[in-house]
Structures are given as C-alpha cells and as structure tokens.
Design a protein around this ligand. Structure first.
Ligand code: AGP
Length: 606
C-alpha cells in the first residue's frame, strides 16, 4: 500500500525523503514522488515506477534544496499508475500525499467542479488536495478540520501549505501514521521502520489528530484545536532488523530468522514448563468456557488460523471456525457473547481484519489479537493481546510472521485445553517441552535449503501445480500454494488430498508438478495413495515429509525429509521447505522477490 514520509529539520531533505521512502518500498508501490519547500515555493518531483525513476527525474529536473518536505510511494487505487496520478498532488495553496481511500471523492469532486475547479488526475488524492484548498482561508488547521468533517474513508495525509514554508501537517482517519521525534528534526511516516536510521522515538497519531511539524517544534491537536499531550513511544527494533545484512533478499533473511523469532516469541510465555500468558495479561480463567472460537484474518495470517483450528479442536475440543476477514465482516456472522474471536495480523492494520475485530466487539464477543506491529490499531482495540515478537517483516511474502503466529496458536491451544480441563498438566508440560525444542528443528529445516532449491528448479517452467495434504498438512499446503503464487506468479491450487478424485485430478497431465505434504503419521497411507494416483497420471511429485515416513518411488520423484517431531507441531518445520521452494522459484524466474507485482505488504484499504 502507499507509503507516506515527511521531514522538517535542519538538513536538506530531498535525500532524506528518498532514503525513508526506500524503507517503505516493501509495502509495494508503482510510483513515487516528493514535494519540498524550496524557499517560498513547493517543488514537486514525481515519476511512475521505482524510486530509481524518481532519482532520474530529479537528476533531469533538479534536486529541490529545502529542509522540509513530504514524500510518497503510491500503490494505485483510483487511476492507473502514471506520472500524473503519482503523489504529491496539488490543489492551489495545498500540496498533499495520501494513503488510503477517500470514499466520497466522486461527490466531492462534482461539488468542486460545480465551484469551477479543474482536475488533472484521476485520483481521490487530488480531490482531497482541492477540498483542503477550498476550505483554506489562511488557517491550515481550520482547513484540515473542515476537510476531516467532510470526507469519508480510511486514509492518512501529509500536507504542506504554500503560505507556511518549513511546516508539514499530517492527519489520519484509520490509515496508520507516526510522528518521529529526532534531535532538532521531526518526521512523519506510515510506519516506524522508515525512520529508524534517524530516531526511534515517535508518537502514534490517533484518528482525527492533527500533527504540526515546524522548525519551532512538533505539536499534536485534536479537531477542536486542543493541544494534546501524548506518550512518546520508543521502537526497540534493531535498525539492522530492517536491513538485508548480506542476504540476497529480505524474504531469505526472514526465513533464516525464524528459529530466533520463535524462541523470542515463546520464551517469556512459558513458566515452569507450562504456557503462561500472564505477561500479556491473559489468565487461564480468561480462556475458559468459550462456546465457539472464531479465528478471523487474511492471507497468510488466515492460514495460521487454520493450523490453530486443527490444534485447538484436537486438544481443547472447542469448535473453531476460521474466517476470511473480508467475508466475515459482511456475512452477519453467528458470533455471540459466549464466543472468543481471535484476530491474527502481522501489520495490525489490515482493513478487513480491523473491521472484523470491531464487528466482533459489537456482537459482544471477547476478542483476542495476535499481532506483530506494536501499537497498531488491531493491537490497541482488542480486549486481549498477544504480540508475536518477530521484529519487522519487510518482504511482502510473509514467512517469519506466519511462524510466530502459529507458535502463539500452540501456546493458546495448550492454554485453552488446560483451562477447559481437556488435557491435564502433565500432557500440557509434555507438549510445551516439545514446543521449546522447535527452534532447533526449524533451524535444521532451514539447513535443507539446497534440497528446496533443487525442488524449485524442477518447477520453474511449470504453468501450474498442485499442493496436497490431509489435516494439518492440508492447512499447510494452502500456505505453500499462496507463497508460490505471490512471488513466482505460477498458478497453483491447494487441495485436500482426498478431494482430488472429485474433480481436480483431471487437471493432471504429463510432467505437471505436485507438492505433497506428508507429516501426519496416521494419514500417511491415505495421502501416499493419492500421490500414487497423481504419479500414475504423469505428475512429477515432490514430497515434503517427516523423518521416519517412508515413501516409495512410485509415490514421489523427489523427497525432502524433515527432522522427527510430534505430528501436531510438524507445520512449524514443514512450512520451511515450502517457503524456500517459493523463494527459489521466484529467484530462478528473475522476479522481484521482496516486492512482487501488484501486491502490498499492509492492505489498509478494502
Ligand atoms: C502473505 O504472504 C501476504 N502478503 C498476505 O496474505 C498477508 O498475510 C495478509 O495481507 C494479511 O496481512 P496482515 O497479517 O498484516 O494482516
């Protein structure tokens, strides 16, 4: 999604804006631009494509030399990616960058056209810029307040008024925005990773708060012009966490970080060999007696929820529904005050997941969020919160976030099972001890990198492939398939192995690759016969299986064998080769692994 940055300080800011925008590249974008106060003028440079195109444009048209400005990476929503539609946009006295969507932009545009205004772009952003200018009467705050009262949607804005050189304004409704505070300089940014090289101290801008960054200081106001005093937050993320540190891509680095991320996430949540969520303010009592559990999320986070369903149902014997947030929110879901709704989100800002959380609260359910980004909207609004401690995830394709999300699902499943008396303390201790061993086992799975690389080389020319599995392996194969699709652009489907014969097997032709996940011992025979059926029809079958599971040559062409671990924990190791296969397929195809086409890291619009 779009990224916003802004700077006010003593240094020439064009390069600072570009540098901070680089840190937001991972969010996904198709054009970029900056606006800088060059004395009394606002100089705008923008270009379709990557930041290097913007740099080229600046070499040609000149680098603006001011100490205050705003910048933007755009992920097109209204109007195609083009130079004209790129931000910043101008509306007379006002120049803005914008993240999110102005829902009533058509109505406002017609109103402004009626007032004799002309538009040059197809964007909702230009409409917001012109509306701000329409309300501007010499007082920027008044114009912002009036605009906020008249626009609907979920958005954040960085704003410069021509008459206020050196000052940057910012406001948000839903879409996240932070205000960074450095030494004699201040920043705005869509997320804190953008400014870690300059400062770790920041304010979280709440909806309907207005930040004013001027050479004389930074102030935050509400819509009634009251000056607010807010707690200064501190990002404890290591600035190197947002650097590649010698890895070819963030995705590969993040795959390698998984053992450590799991260790960090579970370590402080285990006491005397038992799960202990009290540091998150969650007691066993709070997890007891729910009639139904709903796990609601999007994409990879939803797949982590599917693993959660299998393990909570198996251990705690409580029914678990897993829902796609965009479906849940419009389905009039059957959620009651006796239910627990678990929202999983890496970013904590996914628009549909946030809406699902709010709806669940309205319906009276207890809500629990599993979130990676500190202080994000979902983290702040849920009744209960467990942070995953993965550090920043930069690659659009989520890997370590999934791994820590399922780690937390295990802790939760063990706790709910114990709270409900579905397992006793001994069993819980035994499971927890196995969970503690997982980082080591994940490390061994990561070391099978070459095997995954080889498997990738067999798929790189495929037009389409199938992933199959049963039970937990089916949940996992969905994640494997999504990972491959999003970064290799090869079409793939994941199927419950037993469903193949009901239609999908007709897709198999000579040489078509298929990946079978086989870690659940009681289901091995069943899945293996499905693999044989595929192989007999010409499929090239790659098996990802647990050690000790023997697969004959008439069932698989290539086998990646993982370290032994209890079946219930196998997703934590088996997902690694699936991630690496997707990664290497993308690399072999020469794709932009970390920034796949059309995708955004954090989907803050519907
Ligand atoms: C994962 O690889 C995807 N990029 C995507 O499915 C992602 O998991 C989804 O958009 C949910 O994001 P969230 O965890 O930030 O809510």
């Amino acid at each position: 999604m779009c990224g916003i940055v802004g700077y006010v300080g003593k240094h020439s800011c064009a390069e600072i804006l570009l540098g901070t925008l680089e840190k937001l590249e991972y969010r996904g974008y198709d054009s970029a631009g900056i606006a800088v106060f060059d004395h009394d003028n606002i100089e705008v440079r923008k270009a379709q494509g990557r930041l290097k195109n913007l740099r080229e444009r600046m070499e040609k048209d000149g680098v603006p030399s001011g100490v205050a400005g705003i910048g933007h990476t755009r992920w097109a929503t209204h109007g195609e990616p083009s130079d004209i539609n790129s931000h910043p946009h101008n509306g007379g006295n006002v120049t803005i960058v914008h993240n999110g969507i102005i829902e009533n932009y058509k109505e406002i545009k017609n109103f402004l056209i009626g007032k004799g205004r002309h538009f040059v772009s197809q964007t909702d952003t230009e409409v917001a810029a012109q509306l701000l200018d329409y309300y501007y009467n010499g007082d920027p705050i008044e114009a912002i307040v009036e605009t906020m009262h008249n626009v609907r949607g979920s958005f954040a804005l960085g704003i410069m008024f021509k008459d206020f050189p050196g000052t940057v304004f910012a406001v948000r409704k839903e879409s996240p925005l932070i205000v960074g505070i450095g030494a004699e300089e201040s920043f705005i940014a869509s997320d804190v990773t953008a400014i870690l090289n300059y400062t770790r101290d920041y304010y979280l801008l709440e909806p309907n708060e207005i930040a004013v960054l001027s050479p004389y200081g930074t102030n935050i106001y509400d819509l009634h012009y009251n000056k607010l005093s807010k707690p200064l937050m501190h990002a404890d993320w290591d600035e190197n966490a947002a650097e590649k540190q010698g890895y070819a891509h963030f995705m590969l680095k993040e795959i390698h970080e998984q053992p450590e991320a799991v260790k960090t996430t579970i370590r402080s949540r285990i006491t005397d060999g038992l799960p202990d969520l009290e540091e998150c303010g969650i007691t066993l009592e709070m997890l007891r007696g729910f009639r139904n559990i709903h796990v609601v999320a999007c994409g990879t986070a939803m797949h982590a929820g599917l693993v959660g369903k299998y393990i909570i149902e198996e251990l705690a014997r409580v029914p678990v529904n897993v829902d796609i947030a965009s479906e849940f929110r419009y389905r009039d879901p059957l959620v009651t005050k006796d239910d627990l709704v678990i929202i999983i989100s890496q970013s904590g800002e996914t628009a549909d997941s946030l809406a699902a959380l709010r709806l669940s609260k309205e319906l009276g359910a207890k809500t629990l969020a599993i979130v990676n980004a500190k202080g994000s909207s979902i983290a702040r609004e849920a009744d209960m919160l467990i942070y995953t401690l993965a550090g920043p995830e930069i690659a659009v394709a989520s890997t370590k976030a999934y791994m820590v999300q399922i780690s937390v699902m295990y802790l939760l499943a063990f706790s709910i099972a114990l709270a409900n008396g579905a397992i006793n303390e001994d069993k819980c201790r035994e499971l927890t001890a196995e969970l503690v061993k997982m980082p080591e086992r994940i490390e061994k799975a990561v070391q099978l990198e070459e095997n995954s690389q080889y498997a990738a080389s067999t798929l790189v020319n495929a037009e389409s492939l199938l992933y199959i599995g049963r039970g937990l392996d089916y949940a996992l194969s969905m994640e494997g398939s999504l990972k491959l699709k999003e970064i290799s652009y090869i079409h793939s489907e994941s199927y419950a192995a037993g469903e193949l014969k009901h239609g999908t097997i007709s897709l198999i032709t000579e040489g078509m690759p298929a990946i079978a996940v086989v870690t659940q011992k009681r289901l091995v025979e069943k899945t293996v016969s499905n693999m044989k059926e595929m192989k007999a029809r010409g499929a090239y079958v790659i098996a990802v299986c647990a050690e000790g599971i023997s697969i004959e040559s008439d069932a698989a062409d290539y086998i990646i064998s993982l370290d032994e671990c209890p079946d219930i924990l196998a997703p934590m190791t088996a997902v690694v080769p699936l991630q690496l296969i997707a990664y290497y397929t993308s690399v072999l195809k020469g794709n932009d692994v970390d920034k796949p086409r059309n995708l955004a890291k954090s989907v803050t619009v519907e």
